[in-house]
Design a protein around this ligand. Structure first.
Ligand code: HEM
Length: 381
C-alpha cells in the first residue's frame, strides 16, 4: 500500500516537473496549442518565404526582437507607428529608423493570423517566434519559444538614450546596460554574436576609417588590409549624404549568412566592424569568452539560443489585465478607426482625441543625418 502511494507521489512529481519545464516565468511553450494550433507553423512558413526572397530578413528579425525587448520589454513597442500618448515612437529613434528590417514580415504574419484566429496571437509573440525562425533559417539549431506575451500600449523614442547600446560603446558600458536589463556580461558577448549575420551601414563605423584621431586616420586596432577594403566600399562621410543610400557592409565577410561563431574569429583577426564589436577583444574578461566561442561553434550556438530565450522573458506583459492583443502590430487597438492613413500627416489638421499632446509628425525618417551619426557616436550619453 505504502509503495503504491510512493509510486503515485513520484509519478505526479515527475509529471509536474515536466509541465513546470514548459512554463517559464508565466510564459508557456505551446501557449497557442488550443487557441491557434497552427500559429507557430504559419509564422515559420511566412518567415521562411520572406527569407527565401530576401536573405536580409533573417538578421533584420533577430535585431528587431532584440531592440524590442531591450527597451520596455518584449511588448512589441518597436512595431508601433503611433503611440496613443502622442509620443514619437521607438521606431523613429536614430538607433532604429530606416535601419529596421523585417517589419513587413511581421505585418504579413499578423494579418494572416488575424484571419485564422482573430485577436489571439500577440505581436510580441509573433516577433519572438519570428526571431527564432530567422535564427534557424540562418543555421541555428531550433529552440523552444515560450509564449503568452501581450502587447504594450506605448512607445517612446525617449526611452532609448542612456538605456540602449550604441556602436561607440566599450565593454564597461555595454556590460552595465545589459546588467540593467538582467542580462550578464556573458549574455552580452554571446548575443553580440548575432553580428555573425547581416551588416552595418558605413556611417555606423566610418569614424574608425576616416579621421579616427589626431595621430591616426584609421583606427589602429583594425587589421590594415580590412580597413583598406572598408575605405574602398565606404566613401568619407559627407553631411549632405542621404544615410539611406549609405552602403551596408557584412559583419562577417567569410560566412556572413550563417549564424555561427565565425564572428568571434573575425574579431580575433581584428576584423570587427563596430567599435563595440572590437571592444570585446580589448577587455581581458570578454576576450577570454571570445576565444572560447571562436573555437567551439556548437557551444556558442547553444548559449545563443539560451540567451535569446532570456531576452524573450524581459519585462513581459502576462495575463488579461495587462496590455492587449493588438489587431494590427503598428497600432494600439482603437487607433485604427481614428487614423486616416489616406491623409498625409501634414494635411491632417484636426487634433485626434487620444493625442492632445501630440508633437507634429515630420516625414519619416525625420532626423537629419548629423543627428543620426552624432547620436550613435556620442553613444546617447
Ligand atoms: C552589444 C551591443 C550592440 C550594438 C552596439 C549593436 C549595434 C548594431 C548596429 C550599429 C548595427 C548596424 C545597423 C545598420 O547599420 O543597419 C547592428 C546590426 C545588427 N545587430 Fe546589433 N548591436 C548590438 C547587439 C546586438 C544584439 C544583442 C543582437 C541580437 C541578439 C544584435 C543583432 C544585430 C543584427 C542581426 C544586425 C544586422 C541587421 C541587418 O543586417 O539588418 N545586435 N547592430
Amino acid at each position: 500500500m505504502l509503495s503504491l502511494f510512493l509510486f503515485a507521489l513520484l509519478a505526479s512529481a515527475a509529471q509536474r516537473s515536466a509541465v513546470d519545464a514548459l512554463i517559464v516565468d508565466g510564459l508557456q511553450v505551446g501557449f497557442y496549442g488550443q487557441s491557434c494550433p497552427e500559429a507557430e507553423a504559419t509564422i515559420s512558413d511566412i518567415v521562411n518565404n520572406e527569407i527565401a526572397m530576401d536573405r536580409g530578413i533573417s538578421p533584420g528579425l533577430i535585431r528587431l526582437f532584440f531592440h524590442d525587448c531591450f527597451i520596455t520589454g518584449c511588448d512589441a513597442s518597436i512595431l508601433l507607428d503611433e503611440s496613443p500618448a502622442g509620443d514619437v515612437p521607438e521606431k523613429e529613434s536614430s538607433a532604429n529608423g530606416f535601419t529596421l528590417v523585417g517589419l513587413r514580415t511581421i505585418d504579413i504574419a499578423k494579418s494572416t493570423l488575424e484571419s485564422m484566429c482573430p485577436r489571439t496571437v500577440s505581436c510580441a509573440d509573433i516577433l519572438a517566434f519570428a526571431a527564432r525562425d530567422a535564427a534557424v533559417a540562418a543555421g541555428l539549431p531550433s529552440y523552444d519559444v515560450a509564449a503568452g506575451r501581450r502587447d504594450g500600449m506605448r512607445s517612446n523614442m525617449d526611452d532609448l538614450p542612456g538605456n540602449f547600446p550604441v556602436p561607440g560603446h566599450h565593454v564597461p558600458r555595454l556590460t552595465e546596460l545589459f546588467s540593467q536589463r538582467g542580462l550578464s556580461q556573458e549574455d552580452m558577448v554571446v548575443l553580440s554574436g548575432a553580428h555573425s549575420i547581416g551588416g552595418a551601414h558605413c556611417f555606423m563605423f566610418s569614424n574608425r576609417i576616416y579621421g579616427f584621431s589626431e595621430e591616426a586616420d584609421v583606427d589602429p586596432s583594425l587589421d590594415p588590409e580590412f580597413a583598406a577594403r572598408l575605405r574602398q566600399v565606404c566613401p568619407p562621410r559627407n553631411p549632405d549624404d542621404d544615410p539611406q543610400q549609405a552602403p551596408k557592409v557584412k559583419f562577417d565577410s567569410q560566412t556572413g549568412e550563417k549564424l555561427d561563431s565565425a564572428y568571434y574569429s573575425e574579431l580575433l583577426a581584428r576584423r570587427g566592424l563596430l567599435t563595440s564589436d572590437n571592444a570585446l577583444i580589448e577587455d581581458p574578461q570578454t576576450r577570454a569568452m571570445v576565444e572560447a566561442f571562436a573555437g567551439d561553434d556548437a557551444m556558442w550556438q547553444q548559449k545563443f539560443a539560451e540567451a535569446m530565450q532570456r531576452v524573450g522573458m524581459l519585462d513581459v506583459l502576462i495575463g488579461e489585465g495587462k496590455g492587449q492583443v493588438r489587431k494590427q502590430c503598428r497600432l494600439v487597438n482603437g487607433q485604427e478607426q481614428q487614423q486616416q492613413p489616406q491623409l498625409p500627416w501634414f494635411r491632417h489638421q484636426q487634433r485626434l482625441p487620444w493625442s492632445r499632446q501630440r508633437r507634429p509628425r515630420r516625414p519619416f525618417p525625420h532626423h537629419p543625418v548629423a543627428d543620426l551619426i552624432n547620436g550613435f557616436f556620442r553613444g546617447f550619453h
